[in-house]
Structures are given as C-alpha cells and as structure tokens.
Design a protein around this ligand. Structure first.
Ligand SMILES: Nc1ncnc2c1ncn2[C@@H]1O[C@H](COP(=O)(O)OP(=O)(O)OP(=O)(O)O)[C@@H](O)[C@H]1O
Ligand SMILES: [Mg+2]
Length: 1074
C-alpha cells in the first residue's frame, strides 16, 4: 500500500510560509532561520520556492532524491526545488502548458545553481535515448561555456553571472527535449577594461592563460603571467577553490560537445587574446604643428601582435586610434583624438569586441541546440537573471537591472493574482478583492515612452549640443518631480531640498523593494555606448572571419548614418520581449536568498536576510497568497488525510470525496466561515484552522496508533497462544502416543514373558509327564527285560560255566594292559637321561605301575648311557662325581672346575726331559703333576713347587731342578683344609707323630685345587678328613698358625693375596665373586 505523506509531516518550523501564524516579518525570518539551521534550505510560499544558499554540499541532490520527488504532488513531500521542477515538467508534459521558471535573488544567492538543478532534474526525469541524450548533453554543456565567458569573481560571488540568461528548453509531446534557445541580457562589459577591487575579469582570460599549453599560448602571442596584462586585475587572480586550468579543459570539452568546430574555437581564443593585447596598448601625448593635441602609441609591439592575430593592417588600426571621422550627409570631418579619447576609444573597442563575441557565442550555441522540425513545441523557460541590486554606489547598470526586477515583480503580481483569481473562478468561490501594492507605477516611471526615465535619457543622448550627466539629471528632476517614487535634490519639489542623504549628483527611486540612490555620472556615456566608426571599420577590414562578422556596421558599403540604438533602448526592448514571452507561460518562482556575506555555511545574518526578504517582496507574496484562503487542497487527499477525525468517514467513506469532506467538517467544531467548498478543492481561510485539523489528526493518529498497537499486540499474543496451543496438542499427542507405545510394549513383553513362562511351565509339565510315561515305559521294559532276563538266565543258567564273569574280567584287564603297554611303547620319551618328560597315566588304577615304569625306564636309560663310556672317560666322570660330592655347594671355586677336564699330568713329566730324573725317581705312576705355590709362613708369599701325586705319596719338588723337597706318604696325611671361597689355598695336614710331620703341615695354593683334593681323596685314605672352612689351623714346625679367609674388593687385578698379620695369623683376601 502506498503511504500518503504530506508537506505537513515532520515539518521543521513551517514548510509553507502561507501557514505561518502569526504572520510578521520577524516570524517569517525566524522560520527561515529555524529551517536553515536544520538544513532545510527550501521553504514554500504557496507554489513559490524560497531557496537559501547553503554554501556547502548537501546530500539532497542525489539520484535517489530525484526518484523520490518524481511524479509526486507538490505538497506531498518536504519543500524542494525538485518538487517545483517536477510540477513544472509534469504540467508541461501532461497539460500542455508552457512553463517558465523565474529565478531571482541577489548576487551569490544561488540562482545559477538553482537553474542548473532544475535543468539537471528535468534531464534526469525526461525520456532517454541516444538522440535525446545528445540534446540533453548539449543543453547542459552550454552552461560551462557561457559561465567561462560571462561569469567572473566578484566580492559577492566567486562565480557571479555578469549577464542575464533566459533559456527556453523545447520538448516534444512525449516530454523529450528537442533543443533550446538562449537569450542573454546586458553583459557587464565594463568589467573587461576595469574591475573593482578584489574582483576579477571574466573567467575565460585566466582560464586561457592557465590552461593552454605553451605552444598554444605562443600561437596566440600570449604569456602565461597574468601581470603582463593591464586588463587583468592582480589582487585576486587566484581564487580559492577555482582551478582555472581544469575549468579551461572543461570549457573546451563543453564547446566540443555543443558543436563548436576546432577553427571556431581557435578564432574565439584569438579574440580573447586580442582583447588582452588591446589592454596593453598605451598612448602618449604628442603636439601637432597646428597646435591641436594628438596621441601616439607608446610601444607598438602589442599593437603589432594584435594586428597579426586578427589579420588587421597595423596602420589602419593605428590611424583609428588617432583620428575620429564624423560623417554628416555627404561630408566627412576628421578630428584627432587626444590621449584620453584614445584610451576611451581603446576601451570602447575592447568592451565591444568582448560583448559582441559573447553575443556571437550565444548565437552560435543556439544554432547548435536549435530544435529541429517545425511542429509546435512545448517550452520550459528558465530565467537566471540578476536580482535587485542596492549598492552604496549605484550606476546605470543597477538602474537597468532594477528596472528588470520591477518588471519581473509586476509579472509576478499579475500572474499570481491572475492565477489566484482563475482558481477561485474555476472552483466557484466568490472572489474577494485583494489589497496589494502594484508596482506598475514604478515601471511606468522608468519605461514610459513619453516621460519615462529611459526615454528621457535617450532624448538627452540624441539631442544636439553639449550633453552631460548633469543636463540629464536636470531634465529628470524637472519632469519627474511630481512622481511619488522619484526623489532628487534638484527637483522643484521642496520635499528633498534639505535631504542631505541625497547628493546633488544623484537621484533616488523608491522601488517596490526599497529606495535606491543612483549616481547620474556615466549614465549618458553608458547609454550611448559609443564606438567610433573608424574603429568598427578597422575591425571590419580584418582578415579574420569572426571579427568581420562582429562588426557588420564597419562595412563601408552599408554606411548607416543613423545612430545605433542606445543601451537603454535595447534593454527595454529585450525586457519587453521577455515579459511578453513570460506572460504566455505558466510561471514558477524560485526566490534565492543569501544567508550571509561571507560565503560561509551555517551563518545566518538576520539583517541581510531581512533586507532580501523585503526587496524580494516575499511578505507581499505571502499576503497576496493568503488574502483569500490560505490553504486549499483537493477533496480526495483532504479526505484521505483527515478522515480519521470523524467516525462516519473513518475508516472508509463510500460516497464522493466532497461529501465525505463535508460530513467530516460538519462534525468538527470549525466555524463555517473558516472554509469554503470549491468544485474540486476545499479552501481554508486561516492557517489556524489547518493547524487545528493537523493537531486533531495528530491526536487521532496517536489514538489510532495505540489502537493498532493494542490490536496488533492482542493479535500477536493470540497468534502466539494459538501456536502454543497447537504445539501443545502436537506435543501431547506425540507424548501420549509415545507413552501408549511404551506401555503397550511393556504389556506385550510382559505378556510374552508370562506366555513363555506359562508355555514353559506347560511344556515342562508335559515333558515331565512324557518323561514319566517314558520312564514308566522304560521301567516297565527294564523290569520286564530283567524279569525276562532273570527268567531266561534262570532258564539257561544250567547251560553256562560258573566263573565266566571272572574270565571276562581278566580278559578285559589284560586287554587294557596290552593296550597300555602298546601305547607306552609308541609314546616313550627320548633316551637322554636328562629328559624329564613321561606320558600321561591312562587309568587311575595304573598309578603305581606307571611311576615305577618311569623309574625303571630312567635307570635303564642311564645304564644304556653309561654303557657307552670308555674306561678313561668313566674314570674322569667318577672323579668329577667325587669332586661334586666333596665340593658342590661347599666351596665357591667348585662351579668353575666343572667344565675343566681333569688332566692330571699338567707337566707332561714323562715327556719333558727336564723332569726326566724326577720321573725316574718316582716309584709309582704319577697321577697328577702340577706347579703349586708353597706359602711361606713368614710373609704369606708363595714359592713355586712341583706337586706330584702318586698312588702312595705326595711329592713336592723344586721347579727348576726337579729335586724332591718333600715326599709325604699318603697314610701320613691326616686331613686337607680348604676355604669355602674361590681361592686355590689348601693345607695338607700331617698326622702328628708321623715321620713327615717333622717339618710341619703344607700350606699350598694351586689353580687345580679341586682336581688335587679329589685325586688325594680318591686315594681313599683321607676321604673323611676334608675340612672346608674359612678358618683353620696349620702346624708350622712348632707353631700353629691360623689361616683366615676374608672377602675383599679386588685390587690390582683379580688375584688372591695372602698376608701375614701376626705370628699366628695369615690372612688370605679373596676377591668377592659377583
Ligand atoms: N544549492 C546549493 N548548494 C550548494 N552550494 C550552493 C547552492 N547554491 C549556491 N551555492 C553556492 O553559492 C555560490 C553562488 O551561487 P550562484 O553562482 O548560483 O549565485 P547567483 O545567484 O547565480 O549569483 P550571481 O547573481 O552573482 O550570478 C555557488 O558558487 C555555490 O558555491
Ligand atoms: Mg549566477
């Protein structure tokens, strides 16, 4: 649904001044200020748009904004220039009404910007297409060109238009642009030769010098330096925020788009350069022989260059600056020019050259943008013209400008009133006469053909004799003395004789916008706008097509002795044409206001705005607009907006809108005289009534909003509730289903269990019964079988042997034993005596037999094993066995000896010749021969001795000589002592009283201790006397010495050491075995 908005929504201050209550100048300005401070730069007075210059970029001119305002009613959205442009464009397109947009305001108020905004809006909303876009582009691009040549920096505006511009844009029946026509008014040409302080010449001069390439400048015989040119003021040559070079490129580009040929552009630039050169021509006085004053050109270089540029013969121009020829009928009189006249002539030429160039540019642009085809076009005119000017020093230009504004004001009043009246008639409302100030009387003062100021000025200019500004003022004072809006000191009217604010050289006009004091000086000259014919002829002679065109009066073939029309006359004529043109069109007004003099954003100078409000006649504007009915609105939107104020019209009115409005208004406490019903609109007399309606509407909207909120909340809660309810039902349904399912499953499983138990029970019962039956049957069968058996046996016993049972038993046992032995045979373990395995016992009753057989088998196996041994090997094993019996687990040395074979004769005594003697001396066979250490009792050190063992004795002999040192018969040996450790010490203890015991016992040490002791033991004599202990006594001659074995940490290798501790103690330290 489209939401209808209104200008009245979210208003800051009052969007339409017509609704201002109370209406006064102060409230008017306060409203403007309030809106300006909130960035609302546009305000309406009815259909007139007041535009405040924001002096900064506001984001309200975006394509989105264009879309927002497109095809919307004027009062539907907040005030905007786009609303006006849209309204104008739509009534042009849809109602076939030609439009004009009149933009007025003082310099710097934003007229040119406003005109561009209107044009860009129209360009954006009108049709599209290649051809249409080209036309649009050409129309828009005409602006930069005209601005470069016609705008200048002034103290009031950095881009001040120094000409008036009216542009007709032509559209076809669809509303697509076809082309346009531009009219220009009164270019301020005096600026070409002189600029007020702080101002600049026209932009194009600076742009040309800054933006041209060096080459182009050289071609135009110019220097880049501004200071080289007399016509360019230097004090503000560079303007902040103005990039002349870039602008020059824009202008050249725009000229190209508009359709200028390259040679045309060059000609234009040559003319601009020529004006600059002209300014540099200077004169000096020279006296002629006949005594008359004459001027000479000081430095002819600039003149020469200018002539070269324009293709003029230098001598011709030089002469034109020195002489003036006056033609009267058939006579020609030449007079010389003095220096002042020469300068006057130079400047006049420069001004004319430039202003004609400007007019030519406008004509040339018009040629390009001219609409094709002869069908009637719809026209939208945009007038960007200088506003009312009231300066301290007002001259001819201000007079002309203000005259133009008077005419515009008049047209405004006429058209507004006419429109108002037409609307009343159209709507059938009774017309009440409106009181307002009609400025026709001021227009008459200026333009009256008989005694108007312009007519008198012309008269003075054309009058023979000396004509000065004073004579003109005199004349004015005499003729206009009686006029109510004219004031002068010289007038006979004594009213101003004592008014010292009015100098004698000035006159004052009371314009509709205020009093303006004009200085008469220069009026005559400016009105005459004289250019000596010699100069125009010189220009015509130029070999330059453009300049020739600009000075057609210089053509000697067409000498026209009539004076050219005066500036005032021309202006009056063009203003007249303009007014006639505007009167045929539907006017739309944009009134521009400048908020401050500083070109600054955010500053609102009350006095300045008040001044503008006054001279733009805005209060007058509001009054005229409010004179009858302040507000009017078609019935449909009115009903739409206020229908909530009456129960009968809310929310829908079924009948016609007018009746609805009538019903609604009659229900409201509004006096009947406050409003009137037109044919299509309701007219409201007072803004108060409108605001009353608005206030009621606001209250109603609040109530409605509450109601809507209430209903919405209720609806929302109910919706939520219903959703919850629905969800709850779903949830509970699901839950119930789940619970039932669960319960069912439980019951089902319980049933199954019960069923299975029952079935089980029944089955078991049945089974039991069946089993019972079966057993009964079996029992019966068994009993009957036994019975039969018994019967049969009883019957047959007499036929069987009595001990058959025992035989069967024996047979069975035999069979089992047979099977056992055969089985054992095949599962016997290996023959290795150390194999401990044995097959498992098959029958319990064979337990004893089985283990016995195992023992027997082992013994047999061992026997078999032993039977393989030779005699020697048997002896060795016997010895080893004996050694084991003696030492196993008793002496630490034993384990190491197990693997060593008992060699016996380590010295190979029979073979070694060294021991031959000794071997012979031995009576018996040597069982063991080895080297042993005999331990010395004194120091515990050992001495090597040969140790020999025979069947009967032990012999100790010298190792070197083999001489027998001692021989002990074995029967003399009482016992042998050894330690429990891993040492090789042993003591041979002799029987007391034996022959050998004289020398005492022997304490010896040998590596083959185990073998020696075993072998001695085998001799059978001392077998019971082997003493194994770590402490024993040894008899040395008379003394008994104790030999003690201790364990010690090995030192210096792993050897056993024996030390004498005292007389009775020898300590043997044996390395600890790991
Ligand atoms: N709508 C706007 N938004 C932003 N800046 C603006 C706007 N209107 C005007 N201005 C600023 O104000 C300056 C003066 O505006 P503009 O040239 O339109 O004034 P003018 O009324 O045409 O003056 P003149 O009579 O001297 O030609 C502009 O150069 C621009 O900087
Ligand atoms: Mg302007």
């Amino acid at each position: 649904m489209e939401v209808k908005t209104s200008l009245l929504d979210n208003m800051i201050g009052v969007g339409d001044m017509v609704l201002l209550e109370p209406l006064s100048e102060d409230s008017f300005i306060d409203n403007l200020k309030n809106r300006f401070e909130h960035n609302e730069i546009y305000t309406y007075i009815g259909s007139v748009v007041i535009s405040m210059n924001p002096y900064r970029h506001l984001p309200i001119f975006t394509p989105d904004k264009v879309e927002e305002y497109r095809n919307r009613n004027f009062y539907e959205l907040s005030p905007h220039i786009y609303a006006l442009a849209d309204e104008a464009y739509r009534s042009l397109r849809d109602q076939d009404k030609d439009q004009c947009i009149l933009i007025t305001g003082e310099s710097g108020a934003g007229k040119t910007e406003a005109s561009k905004l209107v044009m860009s809006y129209v360009a954006a909303v009108c049709g599209k297409g290649q051809e249409v876009n080209k036309v649009k582009e050409q129309l828009l691009q005409s602006n930069p060109v005209l601005e470069a040549f016609g705008n200048a920096k002034t103290v009031r505006n950095d881009n001040s238009s120094r000409f008036g511009k009216y542009m007709d844009i032509e559209f076809d029946f669809k509303g697509d642009p076809l082309g346009g026509v531009i009219s220009n008014y009164l270019l301020e040409k005096s600026r070409v030769v002189k600029q007020p302080r702080g101002e600049r010449n026209f932009h194009v001069f600076y742009q040309l010098l800054s933006g041209s390439s060096d080459e182009a400048l050289k071609k135009l015989k110019l220097h880049r330096d501004f200071s080289k040119y007399n016509y360019l003021s230097l004090d503000s040559a560079a303007v902040n925020g103005l990039d002349d070079a870039a602008n020059f490129r824009t202008v050249r580009n725009a000229m190209q788009i508009v359709g200028f040929m390259e040679d045309e552009v060059q000609s234009v630039l040559e003319l601009v350069a020529a004006v600059l050169k002209l300014g540099n021509i200077e004169f000096k006085p020279d006296s002629r022989s006949n005594g008359s004053d004459e001027s000479r050109i000081k430095d002819k270089n600039d003149l020469k260059e200018m002539c070269e540029l324009l293709g003029i013969e230098q001598s011709v121009l030089e002469r034109a600056f020195s002489y003036r020829t006056v033609e009267a009928k058939s006579e020609k009189v030449s007079t010389t020019l003095n220096v002042a006249q020469a300068y006057y002539a130079r400047d006049a030429l420069a001004k004319n050259l430039y202003s004609r160039l400007f007019s030519w540019l406008v004509t040339r642009i018009n040629e390009s943008i001219k609409a094709q085809g002869k069908t009637r076009h719809k026209v939208m005119g945009v007038l960007d013209i200088y506003g009312f000017e009231i300066f301290e020093d007002n001259s001819f230009e201000q007079f002309i400008i203000n005259y133009c504004n008077e005419k515009l004001q008049q047209i405004f009043i006429e058209l507004t009133l006419r429109e108002e009246q037409e609307e009343y008639i159209r709507e059938g409302i009774e017309w009440t006469n409106i009181e307002y100030f009609n400025n026709a009387v001021i227009c008459d003062l200026i333009e009256n053909n008989k005694n108007g100021i312009l007519a008198m000025l012309d008269e003075e200019c054309l009058r023979p004799g000396t004509v000065t500004d004073e004579t003109f003022l005199d004349k004015l004072s005499t003729i206009c003395a009686e006029h109510l809006h004219f004031e002068s000191r010289l007038s006979k009217n004594s009213k101003f004789l004592t008014d010292h604010t009015l100098p004698h050289t000035c006159f004052r006009i009371q314009h509709y916008a205020g009093k303006v004091l004009y200085r008469a000086e220069g009026f005559v000259d400016k009105n005459n706008d004289l250019l000596y014919r010699d100069l125009s002829q010189a220009m015509y002679k130029a070999n330059h097509s453009l300049i020739k065109q600009l000075f057609p009066e210089g053509n000697p073939a067409k000498v026209n002795l009539k004076r050219p029309p005066t500036a005032g006359f021309q202006f009056k004529a063009s203003v007249g044409t303009l007014m006639r043109n505007l009167q045929t069109k539907n006017p739309n007004y944009i009134r521009c206001i400048k908020p401050n003099d500083k070109k600054a954003s955010h500053i609102f100078t009350d006095s300045l705005v008040r001044h503008q409000v006054r001279y733009l006649g805005l209060m007058e504007n509001v009054r005229v607009r409010r004179a009858g009915y302040a507000f009017r609105q078609p019935y449909e939107p009115c009903l739409e907006r206020y229908k909530m104020l009456c129960k009968r019209t809310w929310p829908h009115w079924q009948g016609p809108a007018r009746e609805g409005v009538e019903v609604m208004m009659s229900a409201l406490p509004v006096p009947a005289e406050e409003f009137s019903y037109g044919r299509s609109k309701i007219f409201i007399r007072n803004p108060r009534t409108l605001f009353f309606l608005e206030e009621r509407r606001r209250q109603c909207l609040q109530d409605l909003a509450t109601l809507i909120q209430k209903i919405y909340r209720g609806w929302k809660c109910r919706k939520h509730f219903l959703l919850l309810k629905k969800s709850q039902i779903v949830v509970s349904a699901w839950y119930r289903r789940y619970a039932q399912q669960k319960k069912y499953k439980q019951i089902k499983s319980a049933t199954t269990v019960v069923q299975s138990y029952t079935r089980g029970w029944q089955a078991r019962k049945l089974l039991r019964e069946l089993k019972h039956q079966k057993r009964c049957v079996e029992a019966v069968t068994t009993i009957s079988a036994f019975w039969h058996g018994t019967q049969i046996r009883r019957e047959y016993r007499k036929f069987f042997r009595a001990n058959a049972g025992k035989k069967i038993y024996d047979f069975t046992i035999q069979r089992i034993m047979q099977k056992y032995f055969l089985g054992l045979k095949s599962t016997l373990p290996s023959m290795s005596p150390i194999d401990k395995s044995w097959p498992a016992r098959p029958y319990l009753f064979l337990g004893g037999v089985h283990s016995e057989l195992r023992r027997i088998f082992h013994l047999w196996r061992c026997k078999k094993y032993r039977s393989q041994f030779t005699v020697e090997k048997k002896a060795v094993y016997e010895e080893k066995l004996e050694a084991s019996e003696i030492f196993k687990d008793k002496k630490a040395l034993y384990p190491s000896s197990v693997s060593q074979p008992f060699k016996g004769d380590y010295l190979e005594i029979n073979k070694n010749p060294k021991y031959q003697k000794l071997s012979i001396a031995m009576e018996d066979k040597v069982l063991l021969a080895d080297v042993v250490n005999k331990i010395n009792r004194a120091n515990g050190k050992g001495t090597a001795r040969l140790f020999l063992l025979t069947k009967n004795s032990v012999v100790l002999a010298d190792q070197k000589t083999g001489q027998v040192k001692a021989s002990v018969p074995l029967p003399d040996l009482a016992s042998v002592s050894v330690s429990t450790q891993s040492d090789g010490f042993f003591a041979l203890k002799l029987k007391e009283g034996s022959a050998s015991a004289v020398k005492g016992d022997f304490l010896l040490s040998s590596e083959h201790l185990i073998e020696i002791i075993t072998k001695i033991h085998r001799m059978g004599t001392t077998a019971a006397d082997i003493d194994i202990s770590d402490e024993f006594l040894v008899q040395f001659k008379q003394d008994k010495v104790c030999v003690k074995f201790i364990q010690a940490v090995p030192k210096n290798g792993n050897s056993v050491s024996c030390k004498r501790k005292n007389n009775r103690l020898l300590e043997v330290s044996v390395p600890t075995t790991a």
